[in-house]
Write a protein that binds this ligand. Sequence first.
Ligand code: SF4
Length: 928
Amino acid sequence: MKAFLEKIAERLVKKFPDSMENIAIVLPSKRSVIFLKNHLSKLINKPIFLPKFFSIEEFIEELSGYRVVDNLSLQFYLYQSYLESPPSHTDTFEKFMSWSSMLLHDFNEVDRSLVDAESVFANLKEVKELENWTLENWSFNSENLTDSQEKYVSFYNQFYNWYVSFNKILSDKNLAYQGMAYKKAALEIEDKSLEWEKVWFVGLNALTLSEQKIIDNLKSRDIARVFWDADQYYYNNSNHEAGKFLRVQRDKWREIDFEGVGNYFEKEKQQFNIIACPKNISQSKVVSALLGSFSEKDLQESKTAVVLADEGLLYPVLNHLPENVKDINVTMGSPLKNTPFYSFIDVIFQMQIRTKNHKRDLFYYNDVLNIINHPLFSSLASFKNIHNLQNKISKKNKVYISVDFIKNELKSDFEKVNQIFVFWKNINESLSCVRQLIILFREILSGKKNSIESEILFAFSKSFNLINSLILENNFLVEIKTLHSIFSQLLSKEVIPFQGEPLKGIQLMGILESRTLDFKNVILLSVNEGLLPKGKTLNSFIPYDLKVHFKMPTYRESDAVFSYHFYRLLQRSENVNVLYNTESDDFGSGEKSRFITQLLSEYKGRINEFVFGGEELEFTEDKEIIIKNDSLQQEIENWSKYVSPSSLNKYINCSLSFYYHYLAKIRKEDEVSEFAEPNNIGTAIHEALNKIYPKGVITSQSVNQIKEDLLGKLEEEFIEEMKGEDVSKGKNYLSLQISKKLTQNFVEFEESFLKKFNSRGGTLNILESEGEFEHQLQVNQKLFTIKGKVDRVDEMNNQLRIIDYKTGKVSKSDVSITDFNELLENPNKSKAFQLLVYAYIYLKNNPKYSDREVIAGNFSFKNLKEELLTVSKSINRKKETIIINKAVLHNVEEIISEVIHKIMNEDFRKTTETRRCEYCDYKVICNR
Ligand code: SF4
């Protein structure tokens, strides 16, 4: 199907075959200008004067004679106006920035809609007064208002003064905000003589009142021609919001200059898919899968567009591009806040501000880790030095870190990054650090001109320089915290105008950049309510009713604009994939857009609906990792000297994770624990029990007597575990109290049990506490040392009990099996397996007990009501304690041998049960 701009190009050539010198073409965006020029170049084969091309904003700026100034400078000028007529309570610049963008937006809208500013702001003030009106205080005299009401009304009272002063400050410098330029151009158009004989307005849709006035005037002078791009489907349907604006203009101007309105939706598309994606990020994986299936031609000749309704997905999409995508052109603005460079600067500021607040010349460990683990830091320091620093922080459990400590570990790299890690005293030092980083990264990127990273750095550096000079010019009192706010409120919102080579490769763009462009393949992302369309947003001080009264655009008009962009983009494409997120997250509600519902009910052709199953997705992405078991003898030999039940359980859970942990020895570093973790609590309790709990025959009295000592020891062990962290308050204090409570509960449980047990004449004799045992087992002619530390072995009358304390929760089913083979296959039975292995090595070391009745079990400190949870067999839903006799020991030995045999002979590969990966340390390596 012929593209809209191709038709325009043909018409231009037909109308002006010899020269287009006196013609101006006005399009919605710079992007459309490039595409139209490209179509023209294919049709013209002789030297000819081309027309003058403008985006609509450029055209109006040209008519107005003003220079439209950037958003950052506007905020500073607006603050000057604010200070000229301050409200009763004056905001600092930092506070002012939190609402000034909204006011700027309102000034733009008021002027673009040619509304009398004095009248709208006077009305606004009255609306705000009414909001504070009560029967008791019926007068608006300021004496009748409370302080906060007075502040509120005084704030709205000043809007018009700020508007007048802001306009004056700017016009004195011949500068303008966009609305101001629109208003001037519209008001002066009648007397304006133009240098062009004809002006073609191409592909515009929702015209503001100022644009309409300009085109009205040019039409009345027979200068303007207007060309629409639309489909009968929404254009002729009076209920369809996509055609709302075009219908108004058709009725007003009666004639349409061009047959731009077609019947494209009538023709069935080759593919029309609607794909529901679980989680926002999975959309980028779906894009990757779709692009991977496109032909080279479609990917190379700008026939494919990936359109993002949510610019936050730009980097995830870029990071998931498949290998067959060779060229990509990003034609969308993306806020700086989404870039790694911004986030890097942000974490540095956070660290410096926290240090300043704490008034200590030390950095908080988490801030330092955020910086050194940031991807950009790796280009400033060697992996080895970063790794050493990280290691030292965790090994020494450092919470506050000195500069010297960092310097020692980063060695020669420190010089490069010293400005990050000196304590900033004032904003000059902050600015100098950012400047130094820009220079460093510019050097790093010197060979990558036009890369996405270079464009980001260029945009950042441009905005940074501007802020730097605006701060100096305006003489505001700026502290480091304020500078950080300026960065996060102004600089982070600055948009990087990615502008690549648009005529090559796939086109990645925002929805506004797609105006007037047509693509064979369209993949549209985030088609969710709240994004496409946006619906109600809080971006204006002017209430809805007042906007309607003054004929200013409301969210309804904005929704109609995006409805038009949505349908127009799809009308000529042949393969359409519309994606939406099904889950509520930070990015949206998870509700599919009403545009999709409308398409499903109205489109006459076939639409395929898919739900993208995460599993399926994982499957395509999930590359097999196989570690061949042919040269690992030495690693297995090393491991064979200490075969713990945990290592066997790890293998049963996933052979690859066993390989990573025990053979390749890739281990997660200990993390700094500022707050007690469950393992710290567990270790402290185990240590205290080991050191204080009585051995030999125990009674309820003997247990009662050690209670206080035990709790005292526990506190000591806990403090030791926390390596100097403050345990007298906050989370650590609570964890200590929890540990004490758990231990106390256990002692009281045992005391009360012994009271009854002793009264019936029973004796309980503790034989072992934290006893370490090992046994050598021969598998395939090789000896393996099975080792374990048994928490407690006791004799209860004649029965021998092998006991493992668990400070967490264990339930009966964790230690119950249906048959012994289950231990080989089901990692959920790891606790049962561990107990049986302990029993095995203990009895191998103490054959004298072989003819005793032996059982094994857990005392779960969080489930003491179940008493000792013994390893049991489920028979007809009844759980019967397993008596560990010779036959059972034989079974356990067989299972241990079987696992070892596999470790010696089989390859190591990923588990097929992906839920086992949830808490695995190797998730990243495995891409699970
Ligand atoms: S992430 Fe999954 S497959 Fe990979 S090692 Fe861990 S458990 Fe095994």
